[in-house]
Design a protein around this ligand. Structure first.
Ligand code: PMV
Length: 334
């Protein structure tokens, strides 16, 4: 096949990934746990173009800027190396993530690119191999290959992939508080944290413990334990990031207000827990039956969107190039 299309969704981590022990292989210092969402898909088409001198990349119909295009080319180089091909490609990506939603698009983007490029260059990759490949584009993309709850293992190149986990059912409420672009990318901020935070070693060892506890909560189907660990781990990550030199603060007053509100709702008997990635927006988790009420309570703070567990990265084209959705991972969602 010289042309293939794939679709993938973003994921939100409950136990966060923050820090690489190998920046070229993108090996994390600790494992992480996330939920792949059912909303904000990225659909990517890869067409081999043996006559082209360079790869081209468009995002939502607009030619990509230099840095994203370079990241796409570096990623395709890995695929070409494995496929023994020198053919350049045209990569067209459509992202449903509103650019101002404050959600990272790289996880869905590189998961979709891994599946589409792998197929276009004729590689036979199972979910584990695709997760390892997607990881090389953006660490968190390893998890978007997988449906629903996914654990991404720390380890060497062969062991560092994501796989499905069974756990309690829950829903996420995305609370958009601030639409401005972040000033320090997660990639740069991770490096600065690793080099300058006096708390970095403690972060690595405590994250491994938090992941073990979160996986135990999943096995026990214990939403309360998983929720408490989620909020604790998010606040620890932000404390770590703030301890970099110079400090990096992603949370804004409105984000802190959202964490306070979530705590109040819990005290009033409505169970929910907050987390936040490398930005000011907050994601709240709640039992499915409470999600609408939690979203209503949070609506005074910002725009809310209720999202659930979604599918893993999916190939949309078959050998004949027809659209025929083929699931790569079975849904072990939620
Ligand atoms: O994959 P990256 O480089 O976008 O890093 C993601 C980092 C966090 O979103 C803050 C945490 C996570 O585990 O997704």
């Amino acid at each position: 096949m010289s042309e293939a299309a794939a679709r993938a969704f973003p994921n939100i981590a409950l136990v966060k990934y923050w820090g690489k022990r190998d920046t070229s292989l993108i090996l994390p210092v600790a494992g992480s746990l996330s939920l792949t969402l059912d909303t904000y898909a990225t659909t990517t088409t890869v067409r081999l173009d043996p006559d082209a001198a360079a790869d081209s990349f468009t995002l939502n119909g607009v030619p990509g800027a230099a840095i994203p295009t370079q990241r796409v080319t570096r990623f395709l180089d890995l695929v070409r190396e494995r496929a023994g091909s020198t053919a350049r490609a045209r990569v067209d990506s459509l992202s449903e993530i509103p650019t101002d939603a404050g959600l990272a698009s790289s996880a869905a983007g590189f998961a979709a690119l891994a599946v589409a490029a792998g197929a276009a260059y004729g590689l036979e990759l199972d979910a584990r191999a695709l997760s390892r490949l997607a990881r090389r584009g953006s660490g968190s993309a390893a998890r978007s290959i997988i449906a629903g709850l996914a654990v991404w293992h720390a380890g060497d190149d062969a062991q560092s992939f994501a796989e499905p986990v069974r756990g309690p059912e829950f829903t996420m409420i995305i609370l958009t508080l601030d639409r401005s672009a972040k000033r320090v990318s997660s990639r740069d901020a991770m490096v600065r944290t690793a080099h300058t935070s006096p708390f970095y070693d403690g972060w690595i060892s405590s994250t491994a413990q938090t992941l073990d506890a979160a996986l135990a909560a999943c096995r026990a189907d214990d939403f309360t334990a998983l929720g408490l660990l989620t909020e604790l781990h998010a606040l620890r990550m932000h404390a770590l990031i703030q301890s970099a030199d110079p400090p990096i603060r992603y949370l804004k007053p409105a984000s802190i207000a959202a964490f306070d509100r979530v705590e109040e709702l819990r005290a009033a008997g409505l169970e929910c827990y907050a987390t936040a990635d490398a930005g000011p927006n907050v994601v709240v988790i709640a039992r499915p039956e409470d999600a609408v009420q939690v979203a209503t309570e949070l609506a005074v703070l910002g725009e809310t969107r209720v999202v659930g567990p979604g599918p893993g990265a999916t190939l949309l084209t078959d050998e004949a190039g027809l659209t025929d959705e083929v699931g790569l991972t079975d849904g072990a969602a939620g």
